[in-house]
Design a protein around this ligand. Structure first.
Ligand code: GLN
Length: 308
């Protein structure tokens, strides 16, 4: 054990330098990693660390920190090391069985919330739920909604169920390869953050992504395999006027909009994430009387099931 790492400040300085060197991170990002790991080991928060930087540390804490740090130096994502990641203001348990929730996906959630009235019991489906972050957030933000969530990975569903229990969300979880277990079921809104990275994309071999489940990330030669399957099948599982909202890669909006139109979706639109990248596209199954209120691509999809 390195002697100079016996205080909070010493531990953080040492870890920051080692993380920055091993992972090629900027000093600021490496320091944040070090703080999050230290706060986790000490059972505190990062604000406490700043106020106690001259405090001496127990050997057991230093040893526990060092073993987590070594895994971080190997590239293991912080979220897997501490077992949790915040999404839409709530903590979600994560393991390497599930994708780590990303801020990009909050856009999908925001737009889905804009589609779900707070005073009606609409049926919502989340396909490939992973940690459950989308389904659980929708269920908690719209308590009247009946939210179903599927994943073909039973390991992922176990995490999603646990998150729903911890956060007290009521969700119907089903093991299902996309719509396989949903024959005859129709929803007002279907959302998904499916795998959409091209199998040969070098992005998959870099950084945190290397440790995430490949099945949640990669989707064939152009990344569109699962989006194609979802869009093709979605109309049969939407009520008339029901909406489909999909996250996709920054360069896939045109292809997704084209697929949506080919399969009869109307009012298609694409929305940009905070970084200005095309990130979510959606459309509506025709047929909802009185529901197709006009909107432009700059707007959200209009409220569904609005019979007024
Ligand atoms: N946005 C993620 C990434 O690029 C991919 C998530 C996904 O495939 N659904 O790492």
């Amino acid at each position: 054990m390195r002697r100079e790492a016996a205080t909070v400040a010493g531990l953080l300085d040492d870890a920051t330098a080692r993380i920055a060197a091993a992972l090629g991170l900027a000093h600021r990002d490496a320091r944040l990693d070090a703080r999050v790991l230290a706060a986790h080991v000490l059972g505190t928060d990062t604000a406490w660390l700043i106020a106690h930087d001259t405090d001496p540390l127990a050997d057991t804490h230093v040893a526990a920190f060092e073993s987590l740090l070594l895994r971080r130096l190997d590239g293991v994502p912080i979220a897997y090391l501490v077992g949790t990641r915040e999404f839409y203001g709530r903590p979600f348990r994560v393991t390497p069985d599930v994708l780590i929730p990303r801020p990009d996906t909050e856009l999908l959630v925001e737009r889905a919330l804009a589609c779900i009235p707070s005073d009606q019991a609409v049926d919502v489906l989340d396909l490939g739920t992973g940690s459950g972050c989308i389904a659980i957030t929708l269920a908690l933000e719209r308590p009247l909604a009946r939210v179903a969530a599927v994943d073909r990975s039973t390991a992922a569903l176990a995490i999603a169920r646990r998150n729903a229990d911890i956060l007290n969300a009521h969700i119907e979880f089903l093991t299902s390869d996309w719509f396989a277990a949903l024959a005859g079921r129709r929803f007002d809104l279907i959302v998904s953050n499916p795998p959409y990275v091209a199998a040969a994309d070098p992005h998959l071999a870099r950084g945190d992504v290397r440790f995430e489940p490949l099945t949640a990330l990669a989707a064939g030669h152009d990344g569109l395999d699962d989006l194609r399957r979802l869009i093709r099948a979605a109309c049969d599982h939407l009520k008339p006027g029901g909406a489909l909202l999909l996250e996709h890669g920054y360069d896939q909006a045109d292809a997704v909009i084209e697929l949506l139109r080919q399969h009869g979706f109307e009012q298609t639109c694409t929305l940009r994430d905070l970084g200005g990248l095309n990130r979510v596209s959606g459309g509506r199954r025709p047929g909802g009387v009185g529901r197709a209120c006009g909107y432009t691509c700059a707007d959200v999809l209009p409220v569904i099931n609005d019979d007024s």
